[in-house]
Write a protein that binds this ligand. Sequence first.
Ligand SMILES: [Zn+2]
Length: 316
Amino acid sequence: MLTCPAAQASSENKAGKRKEVEGSAARPPSFLNGTIGIDTVKLTAGPNQKPYVIHKSLLCYYSPYFAAALNGSFKEAEENALKIDGGFRLEVVNLFFNWLYTQTIPETRSPEIRAILNRGIESKDFDVEWDMLMTGLYIFGDRYNVPKLRKDVMDKFYSKYELGDGTGLPYGVPSYGTVLKAFNGLPDNSKLCHFFVCIYGTKWDSGCDGASAEEIKARDEVPRIFLSKVMLKMGDVRKYNSQFDDEPPMPGLCAFHEHGPEATNACRKAQRVETAVSTAAERARMEAERAVAVETRRETMIKQAREKRLKTSNGS
Ligand SMILES: [Zn+2]
């Protein structure tokens, strides 16, 4: 039986206890040096039990949950097979497996995300659907204990609502439906729930709900714990305003990570690099889209001119 790095780590840290994979001495399994191995696991997900075959070393490295399930004395370990439960959308499961091999989540407005959501970015519910999808992915990371996945999803949310995806203005606040999903699927003290509280506490005003009857109705359904935490956050903001006559800053990204203070400096350094890379990638994508639009316009103009010429020569 394959003994993977996370399985060794979990025996040192007691099964079930959360452990940050980032900063671990062990390197992620790789095809390049053969550490990915040849052992695979059969997984099924969704109402029709869609099958997946995944490298065991990857599942075990990133998830102490899978490491314990696939290396213990459970039936799953004997059969190297596991069922993904919890009612996750297949899109969420697909995003997880894609992340497992690539360590990336597609950019917020990328063609991949548009295809998953089956709608254009102009669609009025595109952004809400993206939030729901990412919240589902974060809940997956919680259910199957994948610390780095939770961190990567958290970074996406922070980028969207605090940094503006590196290219534009930050968004306002997530929908109440998203808040409800997070608080229903996660412990109240999870970093994503804390982030939603901070975003509402620092940004929400009565104009945020707009005229959407659906949103106003959903406001009545968010849990009391969320509302009381937002109230306390707003109180802090008010106190800060009166003391310093200034807007308090939103906490930095590391306030929503699970690492300790000793890892903050290294994490901030990595963030600067990641931000530069993702901003460049997003700009390149937008440039490419603009180039395609210009080319399409040019072709249309040529076609129209040709048709006009043809009409004129036929008429003469
Ligand atoms: Zn951090």
